[in-house]
Design a protein around this ligand. Structure first.
Ligand code: NAD
Length: 504
């Protein structure tokens, strides 16, 4: 990893960056067929970074046609596995050569702190791409145990043209979670980034072509969900959609599939994730660090963010004191200053949404004990609200901002019931000094990921996805991510020899 730059150096780099906003179809930048654009805005400054193509159904048609042509002619999917692997590794290497540029672009487009982009998003993105690339020539198919008269092969084939619809909170990383296994499987893809954060996705598509991914295999259509996302969901030549975003939009993709070609749909959606802290938790200073990291990392704009703290009543105040002390060390401000751990929220509209929850907390007479203010109209202070009951909106709804709702319990069963009292089931963490308690909670909490005595999501080797309304149909990351981009096929070959009948 290269060294972090200084705030001054990041500002200088940002001033010289060229940002492209045209769609990337069939290996080249292209305007939308309708000629319309929309501004991509740096949320921290309000500056326009680029005029982005406002793609519509006609553009999706063009991108899908290019992807279908390449899938049908086999220029990617039939390329030798070792060669496909080398190409994806070359893409990761090329991105690494553009490390600072991509980190700054990500920060400018999303408001994320550049230090996080540099030290977390970029390395995780590259590791994800490399890990899936390495799998290409290491996954084996199967033969079925059918006896000597037949050979039954059970093989996995790339599913076809894949639509990938992405959120704005981790633009590069979510892209890598999808294109890594999709391209590794041999699919051709049409990616639609979130309209707030198109720029790094476009740049990566361009770099992919430079690395040797054939034109038409990796296409990017930019635009709103309504104009560019829905046509992907409804397209008859798209075999599968991989989606990450809100549960509301995820439901739409199931409807699109039902109303079109029954394409496969895999959804990674929202969360309302608890951190359960038992009275026997061993080191409250460490617990506090994990809770603060879970709640406020990426400004809480994280589907697996710790948004509910469920703490044993006897240690509530002791833990809160430590949480407040830890929060005080988190600096907030200019995303291009690598000293800041909290940057801008993604847009004024999103600030309003988060502000709405804080207003509601006050209307419910809940005690906001830390933070609660919006600075310069775009920075939301890390906020703690205590004594939040299960009926409160703060307990139930995904805020997707830096707000931690605190609830107490007395018994283990009560803690489990509170943790599970949600329509979501993405992630949870439990903090306890007892292995027995840890396992009991990990088994009882209905979530795709349960971490013990830490906050996190595992790494690229472990599957990521949710139970209940947090997900549907598959998992990102790990070897299981490949399944969603492939179809199973049985090839049954009769090898019986009639001449041998009756021969002893
Ligand atoms: P969103 O659902 O508003 O948008 C996600 C994507 O869907 C965007 O590209 C958007 O343009 C598109 N879209 C929106 N409306 C559409 C429509 N009617 N038809 C087709 N496409 C449409 O979500 P967001 O606000 O960008 O992201 C935040 C959400 O993403 C949160 O709920 C968060 O929990 C979730 N998320 C989940 C994961 C996960 O892995 N589970 C990861 C990151 C974010």
């Amino acid at each position: 990893m290269p060294e972090l730059l200084t705030a001054k150096e990041y500002a200088a780099l940002a001033a010289t960056l060229e940002c492209w906003g045209e769609a990337f179809i069939d290996g080249r930048y292209q305007p939308a067929a309708g000629g319309r654009t929309f501004p991509s805005i740096n949320p921290a400054t309000g500056a326009v970074l680029a005029h982005v193509a406002a793609c519509e159904a006609a553009d999706v048609d063009r991108a899908v046609a290019a992807a279908k042509r390449t899938f049908d002619d086999g220029c990617w999917r039939r390329r030798a596995p070792a060669a496909r692997k080398a190409t994806l590794l070359a893409l990761a290497d090329l991105m690494a050569q553009h490390w600072h540029e991509l980190a700054v672009l990500e920060s400018l487009d999303s408001g994320k702190p550049v230090g996080e982009c540099h030290e977390v998003d970029l390395p995780e993105t590259l590791r994800t791409l490399r890990w899936h690339a390495e799998l290409i020539d290491k996954i084996y198919d199967h033969t079925a145990p059918v006896g000597e008269d037949a050979l039954a092969l059970v093989v996995r084939e790339p599913i076809g043209v894949v639509g990938l619809v992405l959120p704005w909170n981790f633009p590069l990383l979510m892209l890598a979670w999808k294109i890594g296994p999709a391209l590794a499987a041999g699919c051709s893809v049409v990616v639609k980034p979130a309209e707030q954060t198109s720029l790094t996705t476009l740049r990566v598509a361009e770099l992919a072509c430079q690395a040797g991914v054939p034109p038409g295999v990796f296409n990017v259509v930019t635009g709103t969900g309504q104009d560019a996302g829905a046509p992907i969901g409804l397209h008859p030549d798209i075999a599968m959609v991989g989606f990450t975003g809100s549960t509301v939009t995820g439901r739409r993709f199931l409807r699109y599939a039902a109303d079109s070609n029954l394409k496969r749909v895999v959804l990674e959606c929202g969360g309302k994730n608890p951190a359960v802290v038992l009275a026997d938790a061993e080191d409250l200073d460490r617990v506090a660090e994990h809770v603060v990291n879970g709640a406020f990392w990426n400004m809480g704009e994280n589907c697996s963010a710790t948004s509910r703290l469920i703490v044993h009543a006897s240690i509530k105040q002791a833990l809160l004191d430590r949480i407040y002390a830890c929060m005080a060390t988190w600096k907030m401000g200019d995303p291009l200053d690598p000293d800041n751990r909290m940057g801008a929220l993604v847009s004024p509209a999103h600030v309003q949404k988060v502000q709405g929850f804080l207003d509601q907390a006050r209307a419910e007479s809940l005690a906001v004990t830390q933070g609660g203010a919006v600075r310069e109209a775009i920075y939301v202070e890390p906020t703690v609200v205590v004594d939040v009951g299960p009926d409160s909106a703060l307990f139930r709804e995904e805020i997707f901002g830096p707000v931690l709702a605190v609830t107490t319990f007395e018994t283990l069963d009560e803690a489990i019931a509170l943790a599970n009292d949600t329509a979501y089931g993405l992630a949870a963490s439990v903090h306890t000094g007892s292995l027995r308690h840890a396992l009991r909670l990990a088994q009882a909490i209905r979530a795709g990921i349960v971490t013990v005595n830490c906050f996190g999501e595992g790494d690229v080797t472990t599957p990521f996805g949710g139970h209940k309304e947090s997900g549907f149909g598959g998992r990102d990351k790990s070897i299981w991510a490949h399944d969603q981009y492939t179809e199973l096929k049985t090839i049954w070959i009769d090898v019986s020899d009639p001449r041998l009948e009756g021969v002893q």
